[in-house]
Design a protein around this ligand. Structure first.
Ligand code: NI
Length: 180
């Protein structure tokens, strides 16, 4: 079921989400199904549970077709479809990279955000299976963006150069589906 996406200004986006006690519970499976329906309907690259008003540490991101590319991020590397429950992130090395980000909770805007260039992440899926990966580039960026939502952080809070923050249709007039 497609759910409403909360927008910046809603205090629920600023809360710290709770760990999931039982990743295999049917209500978590139903939550994740709703998150995919909602993300796909909005052409998103990822979604965190608090964005649909559920304060649990669950994020989804990526594409089932590894060669698919999001029309909103046409230059981004493909990212495998991933469900991550109770994620933990560990930066690898001191390097940060700047890159453009948008957010379904901040529609119509884009900004350049510095993120760790490489990181290790781990979490579990709906079967409680451990997922552990070392990633870089757009994959690393998406994970950091989504997991920030679990700590009440929206990407504009990470912007350091506000000359690189503005309306998508003004800055990227040719971009497909540029309404968020
Ligand atoms: Ni977001």
């Amino acid at each position: 079921m497609i759910r409403d996406i909360l927008r910046m200004g809603d205090p629920r986006l600023l809360e710290t989400s709770k760990r999931v006690a039982d990743p295999g519970a049917p209500e978590i499976r139903a939550l994740v199904a709703d998150m995919f329906d909602t993300m796909h309907a909005a052409n998103g690259a990822g979604l965190a549970a608090p964005q649909i008003g559920v304060g649990l540490r669950v994020v989804i991101f990526g594409y089932r077709d590894a060669n698919a590319r999001n029309p909103r991020y046409p230059d981004a590397d493909p990212v495998p479809e991933t469900i991550l429950i109770n994620p933990e992130l560990t930066a690898i090395g001191p390097e940060f990279e700047d890159g453009w980000e948008g957010c379904l909770s901040v529609p119509g805007l884009r900004g350049v955000v510095p993120r760790h260039a490489r990181l290790r992440y781990r979490g579990v899926d709906l079967d409680g299976q451990l997922i552990e990966r070392e990633v870089s580039g757009f994959h690393a960026r998406v994970v950091q963006h989504e997991c920030d939502h679990l700590d009440g952080i929206l990407y504009p809070m990470r912007i350091t150069d506000f000359t690189l923050f503005g309306y998508t249709d003004v800055m990227f007039p040719g971009l497909a589906d540029a309404d968020d």
